[in-house]
Design a protein around this ligand. Structure first.
Ligand code: G6P
Length: 609
């Protein structure tokens, strides 16, 4: 979703800004722009499409200047176009970039039009620049004008404002959309994600909700929602991954699929001792919070929601607690029942998903006993606002379609199952078995990755298909859902997932030779049931692709291709069966020639509702 980069320096900043935007490309966007101040003049270049288009335009017409802002836009108000791309301007004086949605923009627009301001875009953002311009008429500084402006905004914003008449300053404000300040030597920066600034600094301070900051080359002053000057802790970035580097891989997605053994090893490291998962994996005070938990409510979106659905089977089957799972955008707008001793768990790779964050805030108001997030972004809003956090340590995930974050979430949730289980009488043997399973996951994923060539060949069959059906049972049902999501996200083939017991209640009507059916079939207690469902499809002339344990005794024939998956225990089976489905979607997308890492219309981090 939208990305922001800003800089105040002695050197020309346009290149730094564009490199920052490149590093945010993975979030998904439709247009990009940059504005800089040079000799008290504001110049701006914007382009529809990729950051590369903007970079090309800047090559032919470079922008000089030491103060500048840049943005990648993901359209909310107004179509993707150069006219709607940020930065927006007021009277050639003020330039603004903005992430989020200004909900009262229509009313503000009318007021500002009444004051004589002419609007040239369809965006909600344009009200911010005119408001700042208007407020400056009665304010003594850009800072106070922005403070007065944000008081009038309803909705979510992360915004950066510059004024050509006051050229060595940026004012930034955060409410609902993250902003991080990067501290350099004699130069300072701001961005919506620290990844954007890693080439220029590793020292960062995250702004809190309601903060407004004034950034010059030499100084950063931060004011809280009351206008009181405050300190925000400056930390050295823990992000080690160089987001700009695809290494030997053709796409980030493939790289991230192959990083899974390493990411799993990292997430497990130091969190298991004496065949038990340590409570401290979930934070310093976790034991105190977790020991009386009897019910778990999990909230997430997208791929993270599928991890949550898998964990529901585990928590109820093995940990002896009840568990509900809900999509964040549903949970936040309905009245739900609070069970005694309930733990609220959010799952999110980005830690900034607007719906998930709103659901967490609602849960806190409702009085959940404790809140926890399973999250891949250490300084994110979800981590900061939750009582406990499990930091995934998967490394930055750049491909919009989530891969390694998903399997690492599963590993974290299995650990949570073991810990909550221990407090609810899980046997020592089962805890030890879970630990053994966790420790052998990296090697087992390596084995599953060796299916790559076989799956690449199989992918050819899908290239001319328009629809597909994924089937699974038990904790493989959410894996089927995740497989379907991956395929539709990056290959644009319509894919649906069903719990295979539901086949007879509708989807059987769709079965024919043009509708490939993908089945995940580990050798577990539901295998015989699943085999009956396979026969139901076969009897209707369906073409199946069965990912099965070699002991599951499926045989390839005219109607069925069997892909043998390494034998694995029940604890890791959902994670292992995910791997071939990720590879399948990747190879189908390659054949179809889609933009694998940045699929159309999608964003990596969804910071608006
Ligand atoms: C977007 C991303 C998905 C992700 C979902 C939830 O849709 O494209 O990959 O699963 O958001 O994001 P979160 O950061 O909360 O896990």
């Amino acid at each position: 979703m939208c990305g922001i980069v800003g800089a105040v320096a002695q050197r020309d900043v346009a290149e730094i800004l564009v490199e920052g935007l490149r590093r945010l490309e993975y979030r998904g966007y439709d247009s990009a722009g940059v504005a800089v101040i040079n000799n008290n003049e504001l110049s701006r270049t914007r382009r529809l499409g990729k950051v590369q288009e903007l970079a090309k335009a800047l090559e032919s017409n470079p922008l000089n200047g030491g103060t500048g802002i840049a943005h990648t836009r993901w359209a909310t108000h107004g179509e993707p176009s150069e006219r709607n791309a940020h930065p927006h301007q007021s009277q050639g004086d003020i330039a603004v970039v903005h992430n989020g949605i200004i909900e009262n923009h229509q009313k503000l627009r009318e007021t500002l039009q009444g004051l004589g301001y002419e609007f040239v875009s369809d965006t909600d953002t344009e009200v911010i620049c005119h408001l700042v311009h208007h407020e400056l008429k009665t304010s003594d500084s850009l800072l106070t004008a922005v403070q007065a402006t944000v008081k009038q905004l309803e909705g979510a914003y992360g915004t950066v404002v510059i004024d050509r008449r006051d050229s060595e300053r940026m004012i930034v404000a955060r409410s609902g959309s993250p902003l991080v300040i990067g501290y350099g030597l004699g130069e300072n920066f701001v961005a919506s994600d620290q990844l954007a600034l890693l080439p220029v600094t590793r020292s960062f301070a995250f702004l809190e909700e309601g903060d407004v900051a004034e950034i010059t080359r030499r100084e950063v002053k931060i004011f809280d929602v009351e206008g009181t000057q405050v300190e925000r802790e400056v930390k050295e970035s823990e992000v080690t991954h160089d987001a700009g580097d695809k290494g030997e891989y053709r796409h980030y997605m493939l790289k991230e699929i192959y990083e899974q053994p390493m990411a799993l090893a990292r997430t497990i490291e130091g969190r298991i001792a004496n065949q038990q998962v340590l409570d401290s994996a979930f934070g310093v005070n976790a034991e105190q919070f977790l020991k009386d938990i009897k019910h778990v409510q999990i909230i997430a979106c997208g791929t993270s929601y599928h991890a949550a659905m898998t964990a529901r089977y585990w928590l109820e089957d093995w940990a002896g607690v009840s568990c509900n799972v809900e999509i964040a955008s549903e949970f936040r707008y309905r009245k739900s029942h609070l069970f005694p001793n309930s733990l609220l768990v959010t799952i999110s790779q980005s830690g900034e998903t607007a719906d998930t964050l709103a659901a967490l805030r609602l849960a806190k108001e409702m009085g959940y006993k404790a809140t926890m997030t399973i999250c891949n972004a250490p300084g994110s809003s979800l981590v900061r606002e939750s009582d406990m956090s499990y930091l995934m340590k998967a490394g930055a995930e750049i491909g919009v379609a989530s891969t390694k974050a998903f399997t690492v979430q599963l590993a974290g949730l299995l650990m949570l199952t073991a810990v909550i289980g221990r407090h609810n009488g899980m046997s020592e043997q089962m805890q030890a078995d879970i630990c053994t399973s966790l420790a052998s996951m990296p090697a087992k994923v390596e084995q599953a990755l060796s299916l790559d060539d076989e799956i690449a060949a199989l992918a050819e069959d899908f290239a001319d298909k328009h629809h597909s059906l994924f089937l699974g049972r038990g904790d493989q049902y959410p894996i089927a859902m995740e497989g379907a999501l991956k395929l539709k996200e990056i290959s644009y083939i319509h894919a649906e997932a069903y719990a295979s017991g539901e086949l007879k209640h509708g989807p059987l009507a769709l079965i024919d030779a043009d509708m490939p059916v993908i089945v995940v079939a580990p050798n577990n207690e539901l295998l015989e049931k699943l085999k009956s469902n396979v026969e139901e499809v076969r009897a209707r002339g369906g073409l199946m692709y069965v990912f099965a344990d070699k002991d599951a005794e499926f045989a390839s024939d005219d109607t069925m291709k069997v892909i043998p998956v390494p034998h694995c225990d029940d604890f890791m089976a959902p994670l292992i069966y995910t791997i071939p489905l990720q590879l399948l979607s990747y190879h189908v997308a390659l054949i179809k020639g889609t933009d694998v890492d940045q699929p159309r219309n999608l964003a990596k981090s969804v910071t608006v509702e």
